[in-house]
Write a protein that binds this ligand. Structure first.
Ligand code: NAP
Length: 443
């Protein structure tokens, strides 16, 4: 990126704003399309939006994205509004046309574009929406404007749901109402903030939804919320919040620059956001998790963490000694505590110990922020990889038949992983390449 006197400034305003990934997304698009723009983050305190927007006019800042808590104030302060912003009552994108500030809302079309990418259409759906805040309002307008047959709004504070429903009913008569349940719905969207900072879920009655119901969460961090996990476990199709985040950014980018990024650039952004998350490798002892993990970390310039090494360092003693002192159960407790510490790391490759899958809560916790990849291999490779290794108490003195038996017993525990990669005929580098390709396909 070559910044010079002609570089056009863009940015995001919010409070706080330091966690925003918008600068990374927009600057990547600028770089990819070879444009002379630069996108930055501006922390704007509550109450300071009038001055921030005056500054935008005075400095000739071409475009700003607006995030919490300024979207409603930006709506009041803009000179012109697009149809989505006017219908939602909130602005997330401001474009400066020679001092005239035009306010847009790309959250609603961003959500619809994300559904479309998943092959889901709002048209004719019996939709239910959890939440009645700013984001829920955008999702509601997006769904109704794109042909949802009915929309039930369910919110902790019932009056807010009723207020939003009656406001929307004026524009979309007979299709929207406040409700107490989502029974029979064929599209369910969580637009509450529940699940963002805690392991709670705003909804658990997945068995009462319509058959084949699609369940979306617009919360994007963690990657898999407890809400989405519940839906997945109930056998329903799930859509996470990252797609909406990326599409609303791509639509804002087009408004700022007049250039549509195109599907390929959007797909690259989705992969980029996805690969920033950690990857946790699991599989039977000796399947090559550490060797593959090191290759993968090198290819992604990520930190590599071997969970067993982490435990040994914490305990100050080797694994056979830990087993001798506290037994396998004591070791597994120690391992779960270490996994809980590692699960929150971003951009790391974590090689888990062979038995980490035995506790379902370990994998559930990891799945919130990591892709959990199972490396599958055959008995021969396990025996070759572990020959002479004295740090594996569970394999000591075992015949190939006994190892095969132990492997078969472990098989059901891998059901909960994001994906499985067969490494019986590939070397660690090749396996790492396959994992990267598969993760990119999934994002
Ligand atoms: P908001 O205006 O503060 O609304 C929060 C909503 O969550 C309200 O409906 C609130 O219900 C509900 N809620 C909060 N705590 C709750 C609890 N403990 N139990 C039940 N309901 C609870 O926030 P927002 O701007 O709409 O944002 C909501 C979420 O959407 C955030 O997590 C945000 O990150 C996400 N978001 C994602 C994207 C994306 O691109 N993926 C875009 C925008 C927003 P009450 O009315 O009862 O308080």
């Amino acid at each position: 990126m070559n910044i010079n006197a002609k570089t056009v400034p863009l940015g995001v305003v919010g409070w706080p704003v330091t966690h925003s990934i918008s600068p990374e997304l927009h600057n990547r698009l600028i770089e990819k399309l070879g444009l002379n723009y630069f996108y930055s983050a501006y922390p704007v305190q509550p109450g300071a939006m009038p001055r921030a927007l005056d500054g935008m006019r005075a400095l000739g800042i071409r475009g700003l994205n607006v995030t919490i808590p300024h979207k409603e104030e930006a709506f009041r302060l803009c000179d012109r509004l697009d149809a989505y912003a006017a219908g939602i009552g909130a602005v997330n994108t401001v474009v400066n046309e020679n001092g005239c500030l035009r306010g847009y809302n790309t959250d609603a079309p961003g959500f619809i574009a994300c559904l479309r990418r998943e092959g889901v259409s709002a048209a004719g759906k019996k939709a239910a929406l959890l939440g009645a805040g700013g984001a829920a309002r955008a999702v509601a307008v997006g769904l109704l404007q794109n042909g949802a047959a009915e929309l039930r709004i369910i919110n902790r504070t019932r009056e807010r749901a009723e207020r939003l429903a009656s406001e929307l009913a004026a524009r979309f008569p007979g299709r929207v109402r406040a409700a107490a349940n989502a029974d029979g719905a064929d599209l369910l969207v969580n637009a509450t903030s529940v699940g963002m900072k805690n392991s709670e879920t705003p909804f658990a009655d997945f068995d009462r939804l319509g058959e084949g119901c699609v369940v979306c969460d617009i919360v994007y961090c963690p990657r898999e919320t407890v809400f989405l996990r519940g839906a997945r476990e109930a056998g329903l199709k799930t859509v996470g919040g990252i797609g909406m985040l990326v599409y609303q950014a791509a639509l804002a980018f087009e408004l700022f620059t007049g250039m549509a990024p195109g599907e390929e650039a959007v797909e690259e952004l989705l992969r980029r956001v996805e690969l920033k998350r950690s990857v946790a490798l699991t599989g039977f002892m000796g399947c090559g998790k550490s060797a593959v993990g090191r290759e993968l970390a090198q290819m992604c310039a990520a930190e590599f963490i071997d969970c067993d090494d982490y435990i040994v360092k914490k305990a100050g003693k080797p694994i056979p000694e830990i087993f001798a002192e506290v037994g396998e159960a004591g070791f597994r407790d120690m391992e779960s505590r270490c996994i809980a510490e590692l699960a929150g790391r971003s951009g790391a490759v974590i090689a888990l110990g062979g038995g980490a899958v035995l506790r379902r809560e370990n994998i559930d916790l990891l799945r919130e922020n990591c892709r959990v990849v199972r490396i599958k291999t055959d008995v021969g490779k396990v025996l070759r990889n572990t020959a002479g290794d004295r740090s594996r108490p569970l394999l000591r003195g075992k015949t190939p038949e006994q190892v095969a038996e132990l492997m078969a017993l472990r098989e059901p525990y891998y059901q909960n992983c994001d994906l499985t990669v067969d490494a019986s005929k590939t070397d660690p580098r090749e396996t790492a390449c396959i994992i990267l390709d598969k993760i990119a396909e999934m994002s």
